[in-house]
Ligand binder design. Structure first.
Ligand SMILES: [Zn+2]
Length: 316
């Protein structure tokens, strides 16, 4: 009996060791798949594979950023560490994210549009990708000043209506008042332009990722913005599994919609600054550096999914 118990104990120990070895092997395989997909150009998004750096977008330092036209209907209005975009339509402007606070929205969104020769009074909608203050902090300012309607997922409106987070960052503006609530797959149309909104948790429970039409001259492109990249959520296997499933699902949607312009709300993930520099040096007739093709969108979302799977297998 005693011997049997020892044998059984050894068996359980071997099983546990086997599971640990399997998890480590699986983790290594996912890390390799992520690194392979990242190649040389997607090291920014690959940073989420690293438990020490994965919880926030890599800092970009003290860069001076100017607003810039990226496509005929898309303008970059970001700052060093967080991006806002303006999508122009035949009936006004859709702003994507609102930076940290009213001051930034005033200087870089309102002021940025003016510098570009656009009228901020034409802002009709502000789409907030998710319920973190670096994306919603300037929203109420834009709503109050320009009567812009604020669009966020119903799930994330509820997050903002819940208990205020501990250690609320000092530079985040006020929580905006609930306005338009969208759900997965909803479309938002303004004039001649329709964007599609998909709920892709769990960066926040209701993070929105966006498909948008882009144009340059007679050429049409499709932008795909992954709405929440960093792993700054409770680090449970369930959350990582949800993240991987969201990234894989959005990769399928992006493929179906023909996304050839990967976009992010943090320039460290989509290399927006490098692309803007390349855009400024662009020779007539040369391709737009933001058009990196469907394969780069697929690789971007593969990196995201594989990093999540590595964490799910025991990376934390
Ligand atoms: Zn966030």
């Amino acid at each position: 009996m005693g011997a049997l118990r020892i044998l059984m104990g050894a068996g359980v120990a071997a099983l546990c060791l086997g599971a640990v070895a399997y998890a480590a092997e699986s983790r290594e395989a996912h890390l390799k798949a992520a690194a392979d997909a990242a190649g040389q150009d997607l090291k920014g998004v690959l940073s989420i594979c690293n438990p020490r750096t994965g919880a926030r977008a890599p800092a970009q330092g003290n860069v001076t950023v100017e607003p810039v036209k990226v496509f005929d209907n898309l303008y970059f209005l970001g700052i060093a560490n967080v991006s806002a975009w303006a999508l122009t339509t035949s009936d006004g402007i859709i702003v994507l994210d609102s930076l940290d606070n009213a001051d930034e929205a005033q200087t870089y969104i309102e002021g940025g549009l003016r510098k570009l020769g656009l009228d901020p009074a034409q802002i009709k909608y502000v789409v907030i990708t998710h319920a973190h203050g670096d994306h919603y902090g300037g929203a109420q300012y834009l709503a109050d000043k320009f009567h812009a309607r604020l669009v966020m997922s119903d799930i994330d409106w509820k997050v903002l209506e819940g208990p205020r987070r501990a250690n609320y960052p000092a530079n985040w503006g006020p929580i905006p008042k609930r306005d338009i609530a969208v759900k997965d797959g909803d479309k938002l149309t303004l004039g001649d332009t329709t964007i599609e909104l998909y709920v892709t948790p769990p960066h926040t429970p209701g993070t929105l990722s966006i498909i948008m039409p882009l144009k340059e001259g007679n050429v049409r492109h499709v932008g795909g913005e992954w709405g929440g990249t960093a792993f700054n959520f409770p680090k449970t296997p369930e959350n990582f599994a949800t993240y991987a499933a969201s990234a894989e699902r959005f990769a399928g949607i992006a493929r179906e919609k023909g996304v050839d312009v990967p976009l992010s709300n943090h320039s460290s993930y989509d290399n927006a600054f490098q692309k803007i520099a390349a855009l400024k040096a662009r020779k007539p007739g040369a391709p737009n550096p933001f058009v990196t093709g469907p394969e780069s969108e697929r690789r971007f979302l593969t990196v995201a999914a594989e990093c999540a799977k590595a964490m799910e297998a025991g990376g934390t």
